[in-house]
Design a protein around this ligand. Structure first.
Ligand code: URA
Length: 240
């Protein structure tokens, strides 16, 4: 990792962990440009081909998803967004009020925190792909039931197959449960590697949980999970 990127990462990490002090030498690069896109093409499919497949899946989902076509408390579906050829994919729970309004995932308070985490990792939102277990907002922002996840979830799994990420980060329990078919508690799963269809999966806490319990311990746990992800992606994390 070059010096500028390391310094930028340090700043973001410090902010994320709630450390206010930023050394002067580091402060000078606070406005440094974001790092270059990190992409790959494992299957030989181009980003354009993957985007076309995602677009077709999006259309099919909206026409036939047994959960979303029957749901009535949302104004539009939120399919997911980002680099169709992303090395890193984040999977959340379901759209909330803000996401339902604009049709994009993670744009509310949880989204702002997720974006901070992504930037702290030395990436940008545009470089990763962000999707959810459910593509329509549940009534009263309720946690997705296993029945809802079993109906809408297969479209997320198809998204994963198209994108072929090198690492998946599941945010919160419903995403870990769907992708890993596990009933294990989040606290036990996070920080450990799992696998879905040959893709390494790192479960971590959902940003909404972090916001509710914004303790240095919880932030440090999420950051430690993300450092494992960065190491796995060869992004030169200094986990010490
Ligand atoms: N929480 C999620 O899990 N997904 C979103 O898109 C927004 C909030």
């Amino acid at each position: 990792m070059n010096e500028r990127r390391a310094a930028q990462q340090f700043i973001e990490t410090s902010k994320l962990l709630g450390v206010d002090f930023v050394p002067v030498a580091v402060k000078a690069v606070e406005k440094a440009e974001t790092p270059k896109a990190v992409t790959k093409s494992a299957s030989g499919k181009s980003a354009g081909e993957k985007q076309a497949l995602l677009d077709a899946l999006h259309k099919r989902h909206d026409q036939e998803c047994p959960h979303c076509t029957a749901a009535s408390s949302h104004t539009q579906t939120v399919f997911g967004e980002g680099n169709p050829d992303a090395r890193l994919m984040f999977v959340g729970e379901a759209p909330g009020a803000e996401e339902d309004k604009v049709g994009r995932p993670f744009v509310g308070r949880s989204g702002q925190l997720l974006e901070k985490i992504i930037v702290a990792m030395g990436l940008s939102r545009e470089e990763v792909f962000i999707a959810n277990v459910l593509k329509s907002r549940p009534p009263n922002n309720a946690t997705p039931t296993s029945d809802e996840a079993s109906k809408c979830g297969p479209y997320l799994l198809e998204q994963i197959k198209i994108i072929e990420p090198e690492v998946i980060v599941t945010l919160g329990k419903p995403a870990a449960q769907l992708v890993l078919e596990s009933k294990e508690a989040m606290g036990r799963m996070r920080g450990h590697w799992y696998e879905y269809g040959g893709v390494p999966v790192m479960p971590t806490f959902h940003p909404a949980y972090l916001l509710r319990a914004y303790t240095p311990e919880n932030r440090a746990m999420v950051w430690s999970d993300m450092q494992l992800v960065m190491e796995r992606l060869g992004m030169g994390s200094s986990s010490g």
